[in-house]
Design a protein around this ligand. Structure first.
Ligand code: ZN
Length: 295
């Protein structure tokens, strides 16, 4: 199944919801970064959370969500665009902890002492940044806590990643439900009860449930309208051209030093692990560009 996300709005209550399946993009992140199961689950949840947040943005806007903590993973970062392109990484891809209550110990890997940050590039001069303390390190609860406390939008979030015994990603996905004023207390109570009674998302996805099915299970008799369905993909914005731009910004002396000391340059993208090589003559060309008179 291709990764995608659906966005709905309740017909008679101020509630909106998103649900997605993100299995392929989380698997691609795992493959690119070589993450071990606990790191895979943590990174997968953060990637899925970013995809959900990204879907609330307008065209050409981006969101970055990140955990910085004293836990074994130290740092988990994911970025999503409004059109469903997601990328991310963790500082410590090899983290693998013993299971806790039969589940991958994501909160143990992320740790509880640290911050959860959301940075939104809304195309304005300065990006919007919100920071809260890590709430549980389970990711979904941290995101719900952030949205409710920092953005003042009461939110419920569910995220799940199932890692197969061979280490690959079996399923991944999640949902986000938000209520707006004036709040419809009766509808919200119903939604909360259903979310609490919902089986694990990974169980539902492994049964073949789709994003629409997750919404239907939670909303049931609450009428809603499907607003959108969009594809999700792991996609990084890096390119050789961007590496060249970065080298140009270092200046002539630094580029000359690379030629002298290394005979070329190699750069690795943190987000997608792609490697870029620049030969000596390519670096020399950059120097020519730096020396060329600007028009
Ligand atoms: Zn990249």
């Amino acid at each position: 199944m291709k990764d995608y996300l659906v966005r709905i709005i309740a017909k008679d209550a101020n509630v909106r919801a998103l649900a997605c399946v993100s299995t392929s993009l989380v698997e691609e992140a795992r493959r690119r970064h070589g993450t071990m199961p606990t790191a895979t689950a943590a990174l997968g949840r953060v990637l899925t959370a970013a995809a959900l947040m990204g879907a609330l943005l307008k065209t050409r806007q981006r969101v970055v969500i990140r955990f910085d903590s004293e836990g074994p993973l130290r740092k988990v970062i994911a970025e999503a665009t409004s059109n469903g392109e997601v990328r991310g990484y963790t500082a410590e891809p090899l983290v693998n902890l013993p299971s806790k209550n039969g589940k991958l110990d994501v909160s143990g890997a992320i740790g509880r002492s640290g911050t959860f940050t959301v940075i939104k590039d809304l195309g304005l001069k300065e990006p919007y940044t919100g920071v809260v303390k890590i709430y549980t390190g389970e990711v979904a609860e941290d995101m719900a806590y952030y949205l409710t406390e920092s953005e003042q939008i009461p939110s419920a979030v569910g995220l799940g990643v199932y890692v197969e015994p061979d280490g690959s990603v079996g399923v991944a996905g999640g949902f986000l439900i938000q209520s707006f004023p004036p709040q419809d207390d009766q509808t919200i109570e119903k939604l909360i009860n259903r979310i609490n009674a919902l089986p694990a998302i990974t169980d539902l996805l492994r049964q073949g449930k789709k994003p629409e099915d997750l919404i239907s299970l939670i909303f049931a008799d609450i009428p809603f309208e499907l607003l959108e369905r969009r594809d999700l993909t792991f996609k990084c914005s890096c390119s050789k051209e961007r590496v060249e731009q970065a080298l140009l910004s270092l200046g002539k002396e630094e580029v000359e030093k690379l030629i002298r000391e290394q005979g070329g340059a190699e750069a690795k993208c943190e987000f997608c692990h792609e490697r870029y090589y620049l030969t000596k003559s390519e670096l020399e060309q950059l120097i020519e560009e730096l020396e060329a008179p600007r028009h």
